[in-house]
Design a protein around this ligand. Structure first.
Ligand SMILES: *Cc1c(COP(=O)(O)O)cnc(C)c1O
Length: 377
């Protein structure tokens, strides 16, 4: 077998083993397992990296979204607009808080939500927009921000897949994704571009008032111990995970560069195959390729996945079902509701292995298999 993986966490660990092992052992020896100095050190380093005033670590990316929404003082029944083509967490937290997820169309090329998808759904109940920077590239934030400003809406960026990506405004100003709207959230799930060795997440903001609310909510709604101002939750990043992330943050740009190299090589190999569409690259955003996602309407997706799998090559479908078709969200949508573009994406996309540990020979195996499948049909 080729031993090709979607993500190669073992090789990545072995390269930084010495540093990681030392940090982990030091943290264990310190016994400061909860909210220890490592957590603060990591939050401050990440804030510096993102050029963002406040980074509040928490337990995972889903909690990060939930806490971000909780800090916006929304009322039951308020509507939150999000894409229909994303991971479930984006809409799940909205529903969990008694808010209404309004799941809308995305751009067929970038897979990202854009202002014109959002605009028709804004009404007096709309309070927030949650753009997702899907697969590693920023949504077109400039238009989304001006729409939000016009209607006084919160913008919460789900940046779980795009840590390190940079968005360029028309005036040339650049910002890291997750620091563009009112609040940004991310996940440190192991396979994310900046992943720890368990669960982790963080919330970003430049707004001091929101930052103190977010901190309070993530810590049982208390500012002072045993005095609880609001109903909060308990969501913390473990000191051990923070120690690991502190090491890995130094390599994030290198990891993203490696992903980009891999994507460039795939692009070169597949660009001229008319049966498949290579990932779009936005002129306004860098791409950190959390996923390398191809689209094809003319080949049979089950057939190519089987063909790859028979050659020991993993490939995944992100995402096979539109959010509005999920049983969990059925009460928010008419059973016949359908967005042709979203269904088209769910039926025709598939993602190839991409990660920070490039091995040319292994990528060649993937490339040759895709090419030979296309030739055979
Ligand atoms: C991974 C992910 C999340 C959730 O992160 P967890 O840490 O697994 O809770 C949320 N949104 C998107 C787009 C994701 O990819």
């Amino acid at each position: 077998m080729n031993n090709i993986q979607m993500v190669d966490l073992k090789s990545q660990y072995l390269k930084i083993k010495k540093e990681i092992d030392k940090e982990v052992l030091d943290t264990i020896n310190s016994t400061k397992y909860i909210n220890g100095p490592k957590v603060h050190e990591f939050a401050s380093n990440l804030a510096k990296y993102l050029k963002c005033k406040y980074v509040i670590p928490c337990a995972n990316g889903t909690d990060a979204l939930q806490i971000a929404l909780m800090s916006c003082d929304l009322s039951p029944g308020d509507e939150v607009i999000c894409p229909s083509f994303t991971y479930v967490a984006t809409a799940e937290v909205v529903a969990l808080l008694g808010l209404v997820p309004v799941m809308v169309d995305v751009d067929e090329k970038t897979f990202n939500i854009k202002a014109e998808n959002i605009k028709p759904f804004i009404n007096s109940k709309t309070k927030a927009i949650v753009p997702v920077h899907l697969f590693g590239q920023s949504a077109d934030m400039e238009d989304i921000l001006s729409l939000a400003q016009e209607h006084d809406l919160y913008v919460i960026e789900d940046n779980a897949q795009a840590v390190g990506a940079e968005y360029t405004f028309t005036n040339g100003e650049t910002k890291k994704t997750g620091t563009i709207g009112h609040i940004g959230t991310t996940s440190f799930f192991p396979s994310k571009n900046l992943g720890c060795y368990g669960d982790g997440g963080a919330i970003f903001t430049n707004d001091e008032e929101l930052a103190s609310k977010i901190k309070m909510i993530a810590n049982h709604g208390q500012e002072k111990r045993y005095y609880h101002k609001v109903t909060g939750c308990n969501s913390r990043l473990d000191s051990l995970q923070a120690a690991i992330l502190n090491v890995k943050l130094k390599y994030l740009d290198e990891y993203n560069q490696n992903r980009l190299k891999m994507a460039n090589k795939y692009d070169e190999a597949f660009r001229d195959l008319e049966q498949i569409t290579i990932p779009n690259r936005s002129k306004k955003s860098t791409h950190v390729f959390h996923q390398y996602t191809l689209k094809s309407e003319s080949i049979n997706r089950d057939d190519i996945l089987k063909y790859l799998s028979n050659r020991g090559i993993p490939a995944m479908i992100y995402y096979p079902v539109p959010l509005y078709k999920q049983e969990a969200f059925s009460k928010y949508v008419d059973p016949n509701f359908k967005i042709a573009n979203i269904e088209n994406l769910c039926n025709n996309v598939f993602s190839l292995p991409i990660h920070s540990e490039i091995e040319n020979s292994k990528q060649d195996v993937v490339i040759e298999a895709v090419q030979s499948f296309i030739k055979s049909v």
